[in-house]
Write a new protein. Sequence first.
Length: 263
Amino acid sequence: MADWIWPLLGGLLIAAAAGPLGSLLLWRRMAYFGDSLAHASLLGVALALMTDLPMGGLVMAVCLVVALLLSKLLDQPEHGADTWLAITAYGGLSMALVLTAAHNDDGHGHALEDYLFGNLLSVSVEQLIAMTIGLGLIMLLLWRTWPGMIAMAINEDTARVDGWPTRTLRTLLLLLLAGVVAAGAKIMGVLLISALLVVPAAAARYISRSPSDMAIRASLIGMVAVGSGVTIGVSQQLPIAPLVVLSAMLALLLLLLRRRLLG
């Protein structure tokens, strides 16, 4: 049990922070932002492999830079948000693949694989402490700006007229999202971290009566999914991150069926 209790706590922390952020993404129809940041974050992995600098720090730095870049690009009228998201995701991913191939160091293959597919059991106590501090700061900032985030999610133009600094709030939302993606990439993997943001929030929508209620329920559903994924994965020696996503999708399916049956 001692081998996976700390990683389990890390997964629960990520799920708790992902709930309200994922809810905001769904309300603003920004579900693919997580994918774009996650794919681009691989550039941080590639840079770490080349420079032997701390991988977690470089992944976080790349995510924050990409979030700021996206915040600026979304103001450009030539293309829609989906175009800039695709360009950012594939550009970052392509640069990462080229740099990794050029480095050609087989000794770091497992590190790259961990960030692609996730390896929750490799999370150390030191990483958990840093993750707790970072996610605590993210949750504090989100709590302080929650009314403005909700107003902007409902209608950005109306929120601007009401006096909310919508451009600043949008940038902050992307930075907070970048922090969660960077923290969760090692646990869920670049390929699946966005699912932990979107699927529990989508499931929570069927049983929620208010935005705050949906955010809380999304966190709870994500945490239950993490617990289920870890329990099954450890006992059956199966990959944990996909089991977490499948558990969340099962919750989504059950809640959807409940809504259809009860009307």
